[in-house]
Design a protein around this ligand. Structure first.
Ligand code: ZN
Length: 470
């Protein structure tokens, strides 16, 4: 509950962000440290160093020495500072600190055995658990379809479990050295907070060097070319650099943080979010490339939709991954309809996210802008209505739709009909298939005039499909 004395100006503060790694070998290459200074009072933040080369133990020593020298220090670390509260209760741990102590003894055994609740090693499937996530993991807004992974997952893409278990001993050491760990302790300096770099780097396509470079140029125009090149050089360097700069920008807010009072939060901790005053997510049109090249935005939509539909399958006999469908709709638009409009292509990739996944229109707007949102909403059925009504409304609303929505609808029906030919959902009778074709024909009748090539393709597919179902 104690806010730090306000006579400290944020410009005296040093801010360090660490892109952590739980890797058994090669951690020296993977753990990056970025230090930034400046921020709101002191003008634009700048990177004063950006480096890798320390092991986990060396990083621990380094931080302790740095704080010894100059304690006015905020450090952001990107692993989960605790585990879901039920786990602590089950082990009769009353504080996160006790968990760090336990992890300092047991982490290697947990990782090696990979018994439930831990999972992810070959043959160690996701177990049923009271909860896989801390409350804060679930509360963090999705960025480009990406959300925090479960701290119990110890291997696999983007998993954080290993870094978390091998990071807890560091928290214990810092805590022993009287560092404050937020939100468990009342903040004072030196202070450690849990960060989730995805929130700070926004929906940028991190695997693309060019996208990283352009993002840095857009978000931190003051960075020198040399710093920018280094920060863009790898995903880890990028995460560390962007995190440090964002922390420096928000240093004053961080100084105002309060200790948790909620019992669950006191056990589980909380991911630090930049203040609500500033949107967490991007202005996609400002992301440098959007105007000159539609590719980064399109790839970002693809990554987002793939993540959203990750657990869904098509209903055909092959049960192919659901994402194949939106990809095919976008391909039909581009290839047959000769569409190169990035808004329409992004919306095609995203067209089923609101209807069939837990994506909200606001989320889409934050990640892809208002036009994409509006277009996806235009082609989204109101799922609160019975199926029959929805189908009738699709027919009735089609003529009033925008030209983009009409093209998207036609491409959607082409893709669905192409699937029906030979690969109809296994539970669809021939009669059901015929009904679908009649209905699709009526929807497309209301979309005519939007794209001749698409309409002709639809007519062809419809004929073929009718021959196939007799
Ligand atoms: Zn569809």
């Amino acid at each position: 509950m104690v806010a730090i004395e306000r006579q400290r100006s944020s410009s005296d503060l040093r801010v360090i962000a660490i892109d952590w790694s739980g890797a058994k070998s090669g951690a020296r290459r993977k753990i990056w440290l970025a230090e930034a200074r400046g921020g709101r009072d002191g003008g634009e933040p700048e990177i004063v160093r950006l480096e890798c080369g320390r092991s986990r133990r060396e990083m621990e020593r380094h931080l302790l020495e740095e704080a010894e020298r100059e304690p006015e220090l905020i450090v952001g670390l990107d692993f989960a500072f605790s585990l879901p509260a039920w786990f602590l209760r089950e082990h009769e741990l009353t504080t996160a600190r006790e968990l760090w102590q336990l992890a300092a003894r047991e982490a290697e055994t947990w990782l090696e055995r990979c018994e439930p609740p831990f999972w992810g090693r070959p043959g160690k499937r996701r177990p049923a658990l009271p909860s896989h996530f801390r409350r804060t993991d679930a509360d963090v807004p999705s960025v480009g379809g990406v959300r925090p992974k479960s701290p119990f997952q110890v291997t696999g893409a983007g998993s954080v479990g290993t870094g978390t278990l091998r990071g807890m001993p560091l928290l214990r050491r810092l805590s022993d050295a009287d560092w404050r760990i937020w939100p468990f302790d009342a903040p004072d300096l030196p202070l450690v907070i849990e960060i989730y770099p995805r929130l700070l780097t926004r929906a940028v396509v991190k695997s693309s060097h060019k996208a990283r470079d352009q993002y840095l140029a857009w978000r931190f125009p003051e960075l020198t070319a040399v710093r920018r090149r280094l920060a863009a050089s790898s995903e880890d360097a990028f995460d560390a650099a962007v995190s440090a700069l964002e922390l420096a920008r928000h240093a004053e807010d961080i100084l105002d943080l309060e200790q948790a009072t909620d019992p669950v939060e006191l056990l589980e901790g909380r991911i630090w979010l930049p203040g609500p005053s500033e949107a967490v997510l991007p202005e996609p049109s400002a992301l440098g490339t959007a105007a000159s090249s539609p590719l980064p935005a399109l790839l970002s939509a693809l990554e987002y939709a793939a993540e959203k539909h990750r657990d869904q399958r098509r209903r055909g006999p092959e049960a192919s991954p659901y994402i194949n469908h939106p990809i095919s709709v976008a391909r039909v638009l581009a290839e047959i309809g000769d569409v190169s409009d990035p808004i329409l292509l992004q919306a095609a990739i995203l067209h089923d996210t609101i209807e069939d996944t837990r994506t909200t229109p606001d989320e889409l707007e934050r990640s892809f802008g208002a036009e994409v949102r509006a277009l996806v909403e235009e082609v989204t059925d109101d799922k609160s209505l019975p199926k029959k009504v929805r189908n009738q409304l699709q027919i009735e609303h089609a003529p009033g739709r925008s030209p983009r929505a009409k093209q998207l609808k036609i491409a959607d029906k082409i893709s669905n009909i192409a699937d029906i030919i030979g690969r109809a959902p296994t539970d669809w009778t021939l009669e059901r298939q015929r009904e679908y074709l009649d209905w699709a024909e009526r929807v497309v009748a209301g979309c005519r005039g939007a794209n001749r090539a698409l309409e002709e393709c639809f007519d062809r597919k419809l004929r073929e499909a009718r021959e196939a179902v007799g």
